[in-house]
Design a protein around this ligand. Structure first.
Ligand code: SAH
Ligand code: SF4
Length: 339
């Protein structure tokens, strides 16, 4: 084939079109050859749910042995300025943070890089076929990616690095690394490796700056306590004018007290870090309650007074259980048949 055919195929793929018969500028015989010889669908879309606020949650089934029929979820979160895809990196999570729905799910394995990328492409495809209603006045295309779905991305380093290569390379989705963020519960050696290999935006699930409390809320703290995390964050290579985000889910009476605020102020390096306060998103049987909104705002204001940038993360897609920490794929295989 002439070289330009490869470029045409990649252009289609990067738009989210992976079915050869839809690649209109390819000759029929090439479409057929691709169809017969190329695997184009590492995931099957099982179900899509749309929230009133424009957020969409997608449930995908894997097609690879031995995981055929196992599910992962991804979310599209549009706001006025950007369209963010939140992707999953594992089926479940072994790290068991007690406030996280994914953590309560049985860990079923890592997903591979094509399955990570396929989440993005399937969402692009859906947005082409079924654009957001214009009345919502939201950004209807994929502009940003966050590794904040199901699983701990740095516990699946190989696939995450491979997928990053595709997201960031020119022949791939050609995204600037400023538009890609990875959230981790704080695996120190892995964060160091990420900094060396692919220094994208970093978000840390901090949730407490007190070792005793963090040992419970983010159990990986027992292995990598705050002092180790502190040194690791000091080393992480930051592009100019960028910040590391410290994520802090506000749990009523647990980590929202004056002493928690003081510990947080002491831990944070305001020159390199900002704090993103997250409203707790409940799920059936969750053992915590979220801090009331007024108190959450007060907490943010106090941080700002101390010279720390603090933002509140708007909860999105709660009505379809698509908000942070609510992802837990239904594992009932009959759902695939119901498609
Ligand atoms: N495993 C990674 C990425 C996935 S979790 C990590 O822990 O960082 C993405 C974010 O959602 C994390 O900051 C996590 O702490 C937060 N989160 C988990 N459960 C939540 C809940 N019920 N309400 C609000 N945020 C939650
Ligand atoms: Fe795993 Fe992150 Fe959930 Fe903790 S918060 S259980 S690390 S997905």
């Amino acid at each position: 084939m002439p070289k330009f055919r490869a470029k045409q195929i990649l252009d289609w793929r990067n738009k989210g079109i992976t079915t050869p018969s839809l690649m209109r500028n390819l000759p029929l015989d090439l479409q057929e050859k691709l169809h017969a010889e190329m695997v184009c669908e590492p995931l099957t879309l099982v179900r899509k749910m749309s929230s009133n606020d424009g957020t969409r949650k997608y449930l995908f089934a894997l097609t690879r042995r031995p995981y055929v029929g196992k599910m992962v979820e991804a979310v599209f979160i549009p706001d006025e300025r950007r369209g963010t895809v939140c992707i999953s990196s594992q089926m479940g999570c072994v790290l068991d943070c007690p406030f996280c729905h994914t953590g309560t799910q049985k860990f079923e394995g890592n997903i591979n890089s094509s399955e990570i990328i396929a989440q993005v492409l399937a969402i692009k495809h859906d947005l082409l076929n079924d654009p957001l209603p214009s009345a919502l006045s939201l950004h209807g295309e994929v502009s940003h990616i966050v590794y904040m779905g199901m699983g701990e991305p740095l516990a699946n380093e190989h696939s995450v690095y491979q997928s990053l290569e595709i997201l960031l390379s020119e022949e791939g989705l050609n995204l600037s690394r400023r538009r890609v963020t990875l959230s981790t519960s704080g695996l120190v050696p892995q964060i160091d490796r990420l900094g060396l290999q692919s220094p994208i935006n970093l978000a840390i699930s901090l949730h407490s700056a007190n070792d005793i409390l963090r040992d419970t809320l983010v159990p990986i703290n027992r292995k990598y306590p705050l002092q180790d995390l502190r040194q690791c964050l000091n080393r992480y290579p930051l592009p100019q004018q960028r910040h590391i985000t410290l994520e802090y889910v506000m749990l009523a009476g647990v980590n929202d007290r004056q002493e928690d605020l003081e510990a947080l102020v002491k831990f944070t390096n305001p020159a390199r870090e900002r704090i993103n306060l997250i409203q707790f998103n409940p799920y059936p049987g969750s053992p915590y309650q979220g801090t009331p909104s007024e108190q959450l705002h007060r907490f943010a204001k106090r941080l700002i007074k101390k010279g720390i940038r603090a933002t509140l993360r708007r909860s999105r897609g709660q009505d379809i259980m698509a908000a942070c920490g609510q992802l837990k794929a239904a594992t009932d295989p009959t759902m695939i048949l119901a498609r």
